[in-house]
Design a binder for this molecule. Sequence first.
Ligand SMILES: [Zn+2]
Length: 310
Amino acid sequence: MNIQDLTKCPLCGAPETTVYAFCTDFAISKEQYLLLRCISCGAVFTVNAPSEDKMSGYDRINRRLKLGDSPEGLTDRLYYRVRALMLPKKAKIVESHAYRKEGSLLNYGAKTGFFSHHMERRGWKVTSVEKSHEERLFSLEMFHHRMIEVPEVDYLKPESFDVITLWHVFEHSANPTELLDRFHTLLRPNGILVIACPNIRSTDAMHYGPYWAAYDVPRHRWHFDPIALNRLASRHGYILMHHEKLPFDSFYISIMSERQMRSRAAFIRGVAFGFYSWLISLTHRGRSRSLVYIFRKRQKKRDDEKEEKN
Ligand SMILES: [Zn+2]
């Protein structure tokens, strides 16, 4: 993204944007980034995020590559316990909305492959895409599951997947509109696209402002609320069927946000606010820290329909 992009929204092309926030990369570079919001579609984007080839210098090292199946200390043990609980929850989301217990699944941005492996064990035929060589290698050694690289997606057969999943990947994408179009081609008629991403209208985003850890600039290039993501997906041929929250979601980000604010007793304050945020999300799902969106492929995209009418 370069400076001329300040004049228009990269997603819908509308000419008017407004300043949304200034956020700091607390995790790696300590650089500050401007976030702009499109007046028209509501999407928020990170200005001057590094290009794909330079982003590796901003990526966190995945501790799971080092730890494998051997957690160290209380935090790791808790993380592993939560992950073990989350895998069947994610699988249930997929299976209940796909109306099937097995089928073909594309897991885009599969990281170390725990979800892919879990779905294979449940009977799904899984194709995993991962850009990191280390994570692909981990998956091969740990699960004997071979992942493909991003350019190999071009060679996948159109209309060959019942489900495509992106678990906290979409907000990192350099070109989300291109991805949505690619997935539309790859999905079978009535296939579903599952996108999990942070929610900038959540209770904790509002509370922590620019210190909210899920802005995670510049790794997160895009920042959505349910309305903006639905608008984007709708323009690219999808219907929003449902959105839901994941349990345990708000605690980690609240603790991280408190640490970024250099709060005293950050862990305790983070857990306390995480609990409050979780309580609110029980009755106000749209205020959850992140949401899982289930989109169904429309048979024809709106642009195609317009062309046919003309
Ligand atoms: Zn826009």
